[in-house]
Write a protein that binds this ligand. Structure first.
Ligand SMILES: [Zn+2]
Length: 336
């Protein structure tokens, strides 16, 4: 009996020591894993910074050297940049003479009938124009976007949807601060908006009435959700365009985009880089971005975008009646 008790105690002691060892083992493993995670996290952050620096470098070179004028690499003085720009300006002028305006697949018309050369005839170096547009707002970030635009004295265009009272101040600020406000459907639900000519008309009227009540102005510009080349509308796009034409509402697509709604998790540098790759191809660029709760990176990239555009001599303007009609499907397609 006594011996049995001793054995039992020994076994219990052994069990306890095994348990203790396992506990220490787990603790050591946990500490090790936390350590490795922290190390990898730091490493990832450092790599991300390096990647951003590479994007930055690539972006600047893209902008300065689109035609491979490698003899001008490394010239960072203002005169160096000017000479690069005039080479680029001449190359672009030559290209326009031979191939006409606009990039492939996007038609560019000037609604007031004036030509691109009118504005730039005094200079051998045509100023390239960029129109920044924000779709799908207002959102919780509209205020932040407006603050950055105001601090830089830059005007942009907002293609808004129907929102409740919480966002009425955002509509007002857009108008009061000199930006262009455009229509983008009330619901932004493709099936509802594009369902019929009536639903299309009803949503545009509802949105324009709301804008009038809140801001005192109506809008005469529009952007198709998904663009005029969208494949979700059940009716031919011409049906909707005819409605717009009858009411003198102009619609604008885009020929540059940052990709904020296409790929998640792009860094501010990547967003700006995407835009710079597009704008260098066009004389006039309408840039598609989003004002959504899910696209804060676009807000984070805005200062960098404005700085990069200005450094490279681009003029940033809000859309108005002089803005070329950049459309994926154009008026001519309908009238023919
Ligand atoms: Zn949209």
């Amino acid at each position: 009996m006594n011996r049995q008790t001793k054995e039992w105690r020994n076994r219990t002691r052994q069990m306890m020591s095994y348990k203790r060892m396992m506990l220490y083992g787990y603790m050591a493993l946990t500490i090790l894993l936390v350590g490795i995670s922290m190390f990898l996290y730091q490493k990832m952050n450092r790599l991300e910074e390096k990647l951003d620096a590479v994007w930055k470098l690539e972006n600047r070179q893209d902008v300065l050297l689109p035609n491979g004028e490698s003899d001008l690499v490394g010239s960072n003085t203002p005169t160096g940049q000017n000479s690069v720009r005039s080479v680029l300006g001449q190359a672009l002028a030559d290209k326009r003479e031979t191939s006409g305006e606009g990039s492939a697949g996007v038609s560019t018309q000037n609604p007031s009938g004036t030509t691109q050369e009118d504005a730039s005839q005094c200079s051998s170096e045509p100023v390239k124009r960029v129109y920044l547009t924000f779709d799908d707002g207002p959102s919780v970030y509209t205020g932040e976007i407006l603050d950055i635009l105001a601090a830089n004295n830059v005007k942009a265009s907002f293609f808004v949807i129907g929102k409740d009272e919480e966002y009425y101040d955002a509509y007002r600020r857009i108008v009061q601060e000199g930006h262009t406000i455009g229509l983008h459907s009330f619901s932004h639900v493709y099936q509802d908006f594009y369902q019929s000519e009536e639903s299309f008309a009803a949503e545009l009227t509802e949105l324009n009435d709301l804008l009038f009540d809140v801001t005192g102005t109506r809008s005469t510009i529009f952007r198709f959700p998904g663009g005029s080349s969208n494949t979700v509308a059940p009716l031919p796009i011409q049906t909707y365009i005819a409605y717009l034409n009858e009411r003198g509402i102009r619609y604008y697509d885009w020929n540059a985009l940052n990709g904020d709604a296409v790929t998640n998790g792009l860094s501010p540098w990547q967003l700006v880089n995407n835009i710079m790759k597009d704008v260098k191809k066009n004389q006039d660029s309408i840039v598609l971005m989003h004002d959504l709760q899910t696209t804060h990176a676009t807000v984070e990239s805005l200062q960098l975008l404005i700085d990069t555009l200005k450094e490279n001599g681009y003029e940033i303007l809000p859309i108005d009646e002089d803005t070329p009609l950049i459309q994926h499907v154009s008026f001519e397609t309908v009238e023919e």
